[in-house]
Design a protein around this ligand. Structure first.
Ligand code: ACO
Length: 400
């Protein structure tokens, strides 16, 4: 690793690296990925162990504080989060300004940004107390905001949070409960959703996390920085891939299902086509994404629980994966399923509409964004992010 800053100070030289293919933008102690081995660690703990032994709020505590909570810390943290699950009543009027058919990510970007207009006591990013309380507010309120965006789109009444439920259970109830009946949370679906949250909680310097860091480096408030992350996540090359992967599977299914996989793969491999196998490939993983393995297991559990083990889309996804993993095009480029390949099938089975998939991802990733933002602001060497450019435009000339 070369520290280019020294080279720049001595010679004025800088590097050209579009897409940050080979440039570390920061030092970090939060998440480690070994892309060749297919390994993911949160604060040193393997994702497989976190996903089976911890819940999402434990994971949040770990990402924010560096250690897993003791029993006392767990209790205090859970209590703190559930104290902040309500959003300011006025937020409803802001939400009502959107068209009901607006994409939930458009709504969510607006709602998260608007939090800074409601919680003025936590907008100074350089004040550790402001950062702490805005972190808790964001983690606690994201499920409420995502569920509100969903209910609004459906034309159904909002459901207020129920703080005796788990983080995932409360979210399921706010999504699928109605004021007229007592919603019973299925423990299998609750666990599955909790696992989706854990697997999406952080993933080092991806596009949205880098966006949050860059945005926060200007000294803007934490809500604005997280809103920037939500906006970036929306893109189909990033968080929007879960929505795109499910749409792709449904498209193949409509065309004839498993029998049409060969034709679809041929389209993907065609040099003149822009069709991609969505949910496949990753900038860092050049081996199986460990989150995809866990997600496939969860998919089995959820479909079994719901009596959907013969789900044609799951069968199609597994057949597509098998064919791709044996195909030279994918083998040579080291393209494997990423977390989004199976997460859409799980979410669809739970009843989450496709348009909301990326919103669920944003909800889960909020803690990672905050942990990364806090790490950056806490670093005495942090500076405003300001990439250089290679100017290729016209030389100086005069207006005629
Ligand atoms: N389907 C078909 N071909 C692919 C795919 C894919 N999903 N992904 C990469 N390739 C090909 C590229 O066309 C390129 O081929 P070439 O060498 O013949 O030009 C080669 O593999 C290298 O791909 P790049 O695009 O250079 O890789 P990069 O690291 O820039 O992109 C990315 C990574 C954006 C994730 C890409 O693999 C992709 O678009 N995948 C589909 C979208 C997706 O699933 N995104 C989710 C990422 S994970 C997340 O955000 C949670």
């Amino acid at each position: 690793v070369i520290d280019i800053r020294k080279l720049y100070a001595q010679t004025g030289m800088f590097t050209y690296d579009p897409g940050f293919m080979s440039t570390a933008s920061c030092q970090s102690t939060i998440t480690y990925i070994d892309g060749d081995k297919g390994e993911l660690l949160y604060r040193g703990y393997p994702i497989e162990q976190i996903a089976t032994k911890c819940d999402y709020l434990d994971t949040c505590y770990l990402l924010l504080n560096g250690e897993l909570p003791t029993d006392t810390q767990r209790g205090a943290f859970h209590k703190l989060v559930i104290n902040h699950t309500m959003v300011h009543e006025q937020m409803q009027f802001f939400l009502r300004g959107f068209r009901r058919d607006a994409h939930p990510m458009a709504v969510l970007t607006g709602l998260v940004g608007a939090l800074s207009a409601f919680y003025h006591d936590s907008t100074d990013i350089n004040n550790p107390e402001h950062r702490d309380i805005s972190a808790i507010r964001l983690i606690a309120k994201m499920p409420t905001l995502v569920a509100m965006a969903y209910k609004y789109g459906m034309g159904q009444p909002f459901m207020y949070p129920r703080n005796d439920l788990s983080y995932a259970g409360n979210f399921l109830r706010m999504m699928f409960g109605t004021p007229c009946e007592d919603y019973k949370v299925s423990p299998v679906l609750e666990r599955a959703l909790d696992r989706i949250f854990i697997l999406h909680a952080d993933h080092e310097q991806n596009a949205s996390t880098s966006t949050v860091r860059l945005c926060g480096s200007s000294g803007t408030n934490p809500f604005a920085a997280i809103a920037a992350g939500v906006a970036c996540l929306w893109g189909p090359a990033h968080g929007g891939a879960n929505e795109a992967a499910l749409n792709m599977l449904e498209g193949i299914q409509r065309e004839g299902g498993v029998a049409k996989i060969g034709e679809f793969v041929a389209k993907v491999k065609d040099k003149n086509s822009t069709v991609k196998l969505m949910g496949f490939g990753h900038r860092v993983y050049k081996n199986y994404d460990p989150r995809a393995k866990l997600m496939q297991q969860t998919c089995n559990e959820v479909l079994d629980e719901l009596g959907l083990h013969n789900d044609p889309l799951f069968a199609l996804a597994k057949a597509l994966e098998k064919i791709a993993l044996e195909d030279d095009y994918f083998v040579q480029r080291k393209l494997y399923p990423n977390v989004d390949f199976y997460s859409g099938i799980v979410q669809r089975a739970i009843g989450i509409p496709v348009k909301l998939f990326t919103g669920i991802f944003a909800l889960a990733r909020t803690v990672g964004w905050i942990a990364q933002l806090n790490e950056m602001i806490g670093d005495p060497e942090y500076k405003i992010g300001r990439p250089r450019q290679l100017y290729t435009g016209s030389v100086r000339r005069d207006v005629p």
